[in-house]
Ligand binder design. Structure first.
Ligand code: ADP
Ligand code: PRP
Ligand code: MG
Length: 221
């Protein structure tokens, strides 16, 4: 058969390009797995490794849980932000890999008095990619919000009057500073997790368990 099929011998790992791929490479090395093509230069979406039974799918960060949940990938690496939006159904989340660390925060334009607006019970327009996390955060605070779903460049929204605030991930704070924004509330710490398809964990435990253990040891260093 020429179609792509994950059989019982094969292990399929779903990763996104960029920081998650880069930060997962040393963990794979610790498990004896070397990815033999670079997703930044290759146009291939299925990358080979030194182990003929292990292949890496390159997908969008937000799609990693979908591939793993449906068993199109046996395991993957995804940020807590992405997992909270997706929901954990069908996914086993054995370890925090302590990679791609950042925090989810509320930010507003310099000069916008967020505390007063909240105290006075103003209705806030909040632009974000993370609508479920934002909804839960503001509901817990008892703040009424109109959520505006965006897919990127959230920092732009308050600058052009699309929103009063944004909810986005922050690491160095450089992007907020560069766009005349300030962080007014940290919602939660974020890092990336190993996620495993629940059926694969049962059917392929012999192959997956040593990799999970190697990831766990290497991510603690
Ligand atoms: P996307 O194309 O979806 O933005 P990224 O590679 O930028 O994908 O982000 C992947 C994950 O890395 C996010 O889900 C988040 O957990 C984390 N992350 C995002 N931005 C940063 C950052 N600036 N510093 C550290 N980790 C980050
Ligand atoms: C992320 C995030 C912020 C920025 C925060 O963007 O969406 O814009 O990092 O990091 P900082 O606090 O260190 O500036 P990313 O670099 O992933 O770009 P993209 O998702 O828009 O491609
Ligand atoms: Mg990004």
């Amino acid at each position: 058969m020429s179609t792509f099929q994950a059989d019982s011998q094969q292990l399929i790992l779903a990763l996104s390009k960029g920081r998650i791929f880069e930060d997962t490479l040393p963990l794979l090395e610790a498990a004896g797995i070397t990815v033999t093509e670079n997703p930044e230069t290759s146009r291939k979406l299925i990358l080979p490794t030194n182990d003929p039974d292990v292949r890496v799918l390159i997908v969008r960060a937000t799609d990693v849980p979908t591939y793993v949940q449906h068993g199109a990938a046996d395991f993957g690496v995804a940020g807590k932000d992405v997992l909270l939006e997706h929901g954990g159904e069908g996914l086993y989340q054995p370890i925090d890999l302590h990679i791609a660390e950042c925090r989810m925060s509320v930010a507003v334009r310099n000069g916008f008095d967020y505390e007063t607006a909240v105290r006075q019970g103003a209705r806030l327009r909040v632009a974000t990619k993370f609508v479920e996390t934002a909804r839960a955060h503001f509901a817990k605070k008892g703040v009424h919000v109109d959520l505006i779903k965006l897919y990127g460049s959230m920092e732009l929204a308050p600058l052009v009057g699309l929103s009063d605030a944004i909810v986005d991930v922050v690491s160095t704070g450089g992007t907020l500073r560069a766009n005349d924004l300030k962080e007014v509330e940290a919602i939660m710490d974020i890092s990336s997790r190993l996620i495993v398809n629940q059926a694969a964990l049962k059917m392929k435990r012999e192959r997956l368990q040593p990799i999970i253990e190697a990831f766990e040891r290497a991510s603690k260093k």
